[in-house]
Design a protein around this ligand. Sequence first.
Ligand code: 9MR
Length: 747
Amino acid sequence: MKRRRTALLSLTALVATALVGLPAPGAAADEVEQLENGTFDTTTAPWWASSNVTAGLSEGQLCADVPGGTANRWDAAVGQNDLTLVKGESYKLSFTANGTPDGHVVRAIVGLSVAPYDTYFEVTPQLSVSGNSYSYTFTSPVDTAQGQVGFQLGGSADPFRFCMDDVSLLGGVPPEVYEPDTGPRVRVNQVAYLPAGPKNATLVTDASAKLPWQLKNSGGAVVAHGTTVPRGTDASSGQNVHSIDFGAYKKRGTGLTLVADGETSHPFDIGTGAYEKLRLDAVKYYYPQRSGIAIRDDLRPGYGRAAGHVDVAPNQGDSNVPCQPGVCDYTLDVTGGWYDAGDHGKYVVNGGISTWELLSTYERSRIARTGQPAKLGDGSLAIPESGNKVPDILDEVRWELDFLLKMQVPEGQPLAGMAHHKVHDEQWTGLPLLPGEDPQKRELHPPSTQATLNLAATAAQAARLYRPYDKAFAAKALAAARKAWTAARAHPAMYADPNDGIGGGAYADSDATDEFYWAAAELYLTTGEKAFADHVLASPVHTADIFGPLGYDWARTAAAARLDLATVPSGLPGRDKVRQSVIKGADRYLTTLKAQPYGMPYAPADNLYDWGSNHQILHNAVVIATAYDISGAAKYRDGAVQSMDYVFGRNALNMSYVTGYGEVAAHNQHSRWYARQLDPSLPAPPDGTLAGGPNSSIQDPFAQGKLQGCVGQFCYIDDIQSWSTNEHTINWNSALTRMASFVADQE
Ligand code: 9MR
């Protein structure tokens, strides 16, 4: 996405200040320089340098000779401490810098000078010999008197020279007004509509009366036309909009455009197999997320890398991981699994919902009326196990399942059978950082009831799905699931600490009734045992209305149980009612979808978009898709298919949230190793990676600096620094996988 800075006023102010040395008219009166001696006229004091850096004055600049061979950016640095930062105040960080030889990337931060060394703002410019000026505005998320401006120079194999001048941190500046470049006002699914499927678009316009629209083929000839339907002000974006329905046109084609109100949409296709490719790409995302194995460049060109966390320095390894102090006195081998997201943590709760959703994609392919199991079969995903006669999707998920099983507390220990909530670094690490280069100590965090039930549910589900391919593994998984179930029953309220968020996410959840329901459901569907059916039937969750506006997720897992009870064959008493409850939920999501001028089945309370809203939209679509699988009614198929339009660009930002799909697509998702935005030698996220999407709470400082006051759909920015709106994770790509597979089946 292009960014336009409306810096006119502040630029004028800056020039005027330079001329007369006084604040210019219009400049805030209280703009205050926070740094001492940023001009290096006679000394470098009070700037400090790490002991491995030789820093000094050189032609009125501070120059630093940086050694090669350090691992992390922060292993070599210069900076200034004891800065006061005020929460909610905006600051402008500016400097000139050059580097010799060309091309070195450094990290400039404003953060905390003491542990836990939080970073409030960071940028990672690539330096040239001739030098450049840099200027950024951000808003401090905290009050502190221990602030720091730091230039982190480490992580280079070779030595280089870094020079800087005119370093300034100006407080009290007006917050930067960020305006996203949203392109043409006709918003379409930039990827593809299905020939026989719904075809809808949204027009942003000031007009209140209906307008003509035209559909053009790639040669520019008008192939269909009609009039728009005025929809008034759209709450999710604050825009005045019309909707356009061109579903009567059913011919396949590429490079079509929709024209209305003098604007031409981004080009799109009708029925050219995009979803078949997405079906694969969405699952192919997982192989390079694997921990504990080298990623083969021949299988993922451009993504090959060393194995992460296998006890090769600087990694401390995952094969002998201790607990946090005081939590346990054993160590576990917890190698393998998928990294959760852009971080190097591995979390049983989030691994659980992701595993379930990939396995349910596979299970659906075997039982649904439109399912095509061969599509994700052996040889489909280009993974090391391709060719072993096991469906590739099962091989991929097995990588995670083996890890989840390793997280179970061993026999003989006080909490035997419970599962540790998570394993991750002792401290948060910076970006970029390849998995194999993470030097942090790894720690097991206390077991939790939810993690234990995630293990029970997914291991039970695995037991029925892997049985035809690996009986021993199926038996092992079922035994682990039973053990976990029993342990969770004995410790029903052992919740993860919501404050345990240093070095990794908390994934805290203070309600386990849904996880008990889910685990019981999977154990029942696999074993048919009455005890598990009784638990399902007695659970208050079984009859509760669980299909609310937000959509199910890692913390709210009741839908995983309900959807499986409704679709996986069983003799559960009252199964028809269960199926009806899914239809009822789908009806509600269809009502939402119809009321939304952008056509998505999502209208959160108070228009507060949740963290990862894109996957919640997809999850509501999964409920609609499941209603189609249950009933065969076309309205559900169409509603589910239409939900993809939002994800692929029919939205207020006019962008596709899936890398590699659509004219303008998210490609800077927050990641420590798909960090091309920070280091051009690293890859961007692979095609088929879903961005989290609009998040009204904008928890990260970068988004806070750009998106204050954002309305719903606008609370998103495609920048690697925005971890609260633009991360990628295994549980979001599982939602994409599930829907991509459904839509591909309808083509
Ligand atoms: O997706 C998670 C969101 O629902 C939580 O509110 C948030 C805070 O716990 O964490 C999100 O998950 C992140 C996790 O904690 C660490 N790895 C990256 C995940 C996605 O941002």
